[in-house]
Design a protein around this ligand. Sequence first.
Ligand code: NAD
Length: 280
Amino acid sequence: MLISMSATILDGRATRATLIPGLLEKIAALTQTPTLVIIQLGDRPDSRAFIKAKKSFAKEIGVKEKHIKMPEATSEEEVLQVVQAYNTDPTVQGIIVQLPLPTHVDADKVIEAIDPKKDVDGLTSFNMKALADGQGTVMLATARGIRELLDHHSISLAGKVVTIIGRSKLVGQPIAAMCRAAKAEVIVCDRTTADLVKETQKADIVIVAAGHPGLVTVEHVKPGQVIVDVGITRSADSGLVGDVDFDAVKDVVGAITPVPGGVGPMTVFALFENLVDLSV
Ligand code: NAD
């Protein structure tokens, strides 16, 4: 008889719910309620959804937010001026520039313009370096969210082999830096990796951030593994989808994050933890 074992679902919403009281205590101890500024250019549907999630969580935890919506054609110069204005505004503790930006604006330049002390996303090179050195106040929100989701389920990164699929500067690489800082042995794969199955089969934990639905299938995984799906793709018929064939993979592995409801809610939570830490 074949027995199909179902994996532990690493539920980001439930985990976040248990962590919120601790964050509320930290907010209550601050001398002023933090304010987050979200700068958006244009009106991409995916950005709209991510911003909505951030605004609704800000409301839930009683943090102030200011949504600065600018036309898609706004010049780089103008965006830089707005960032600069909030850098020097003492009533604002955090600044997010919602990515991706239109192609006529250099995203790297805009990110670098954010004062690292207000960089709640942890994307400036100053904060990225701090993450790589295992120091600093803030850490890329997605990386912090993943670390806390694993911690909450008593899954340690130390001494584990972690295979990360995705090597982007703003997602894959900082996640790799977080795992190395947590003393994991890290393998990073990307589109050029010759044998992805071989690399994922070596892992205790697989973290997928490729933006390629259905990339990770049963052949990539093995019993007992932990699968963290960072990918988010908006599909017309099935809504938000991750990079993992969830329904098939969950019957093989030990633990897995769903999409939606896994890394996403934890990323939003970590963003506000970063805001609170920068407000102290
Ligand atoms: P990107 O396109 O900049 O980088 C994708 C990376 O994955 C590249 O290194 C690429 O080589 C690799 N890759 C793509 N297809 C692959 C394949 N078939 N095999 C092996 N490697 C492959 O994307 P990004 O900005 O890094 O985002 C990745 C995904 O993470 C997207 O779906 C994005 O929406 C999602 N994301 C989620 C969160 C969250 O909080 N959950 C946060 C940020 C980004």
